[in-house]
Design a protein around this ligand. Structure first.
Ligand code: MG
Length: 367
């Protein structure tokens, strides 16, 4: 029996008409026979989790660096939280969970060391070459920089995963599938909750600060109603769980009504309808307030800013050093320098490094 027919049959039963059914995939750049028992998006997921750039996420900054303890999220654990939330939402909405998982695991893979601070430095350094954006870098990793297979460069992912990632890099780049919209939303749900949790653990914020936000204070109230008085650490974790559950549940309730009313007959039709996966307006306003609080109090905290500036200087100085001495580039990046120019090759190399890898490289550069 042709395995894809089995997968198609299975998806026909489990998925909604507006989900991206794998039988309708536009396929891969390099043709490959279908797998005996994995759907195309399951293969994408496996290719992503087995690639070097994915493993390096374990030692890349989300918001806080390794100098700030070991409680907080890394880029990898953030990615896994996003995948977990996104899969829950996809299953409830009868979307393609395999595609959502692949998209979620892919979504931050293009981040350089030191998160957005690193991204800003590389964007400035590469301003004359089209700049640097972590979403676009992910596509570059998937199409070109990863080298795992003898018969094609990159990972040869499906068009749907690559287009989803391209859309994240340029929101004017067409309309996204519902599966892409789910991952976008799961990303913000995850970082709102876990950045608050991490910042509380580090003492950069207090419960009182966060209780000024109604999303947080109402979650605290519901936890209090259910469990009574709790110690500080237990309360914090319970509120974080409650917050995620509340935003996901409210969003699913709203989106289910929207999907029933609009009733898109196919994934492409749903895509053309614009953004259908969104929290109710009032909830979105409260989320934006919470994000503003995190921005003002956490992302701009002197400890975070000071660390960011130190790392930005290290990255910039490595960039200048390698552009001036490209013969120091590892061989595979020297090949990229020949085709794409030295600055881009240096950008690719430095972006691939973990936080610690960059610190070591910088110590070597200045030593
Ligand atoms: Mg993210």
């Amino acid at each position: 029996m042709d395995a894809l027919i089995t997968i198609a049959d299975r998806e026909a039963v489990l998925l909604a008409p507006y989900a991206m059914h794998s039988v309708d995939s536009r396929g891969r750049h390099y043709d490959e026979p279908s797998h005996a028992y994995r759907s195309p998006y399951q293969r994408d997921r496996d290719r992503i989790t087995h690639c070097a750039a994915f493993r390096r996420l374990s030692r890349k900054t989300q918001v806080f660096t390794g100098e700030q303890g070991d409680y907080h999220r890394t880029r990898l654990t953030h990615t896994l939280e996003v995948a977990s939330i996104a899969r829950t939402m996809a299953r409830a909405l009868r979307l393609n969970e395999d595609l959502v998982e692949a998209l979620a695991l892919a979504h931050d893979i293009g981040h350089p060391p030191f998160g957005h601070a690193g991204e800003e430095v590389l964007d400035r350094c590469l301003a004359g070459q089209g700049g640097f954006n972590h979403n676009q870098q992910a596509v570059r990793i998937f199409e070109r920089l990863e080298s795992r297979y003898p018969n094609f460069p990159g990972l040869n992912l499906t068009c749907e995963v690559l287009d989803g990632q391209r859309y994240r890099g340029d929101k004017h780049n067409g309309a996204p599938l519902l599966e892409v919209q789910v991952v976008d939303l799961a990303d913000s749900i995850a970082y709102d909750a876990h950045d608050a949790d991490d910042a509380l653990e580090m003492g950069l914020l207090t419960h009182d600060d966060l209780n000024r936000n109604r999303l947080w204070s109402e979650a605290t109230q519901r936890v209090g109603d259910r469990f009574g008085r709790l110690d500080e650490a237990t309360l914090r974790r319970a509120v974080v769980h409650e917050l995620i559950d509340h935003v996901v549940s409210e969003t699913l309730a709203t989106v289910s009504v929207v999907l029933d009313e609009r009733a898109p007959a196919a994934a492409d039709e749903a895509r053309q309808m614009g953004r259908l996966i969104a929290p109710p307006d009032e909830l979105r306003t409260l989320q934006a307030e919470l994000e503003q609080c995190l921005f003002d109090r956490v992302y701009r905290h002197p400890v975070i800013v000071g660390n960011r500036e130190k790392m930005a200087l290290a990255l910039e100085s490595c960039f200048e050093r390698f552009v001036a001495q490209p013969e120091r580039l590892p061989a595979r990046y020297a090949a990229i320098a020949e085709s794409d120019g030295i600055p881009r090759a240096v950008g690719d190399y430095l972006a691939s490094l973990t936080d610690g890898g960059l610190v070591d490289l910088h110590a070597g550069c200045v030593g």
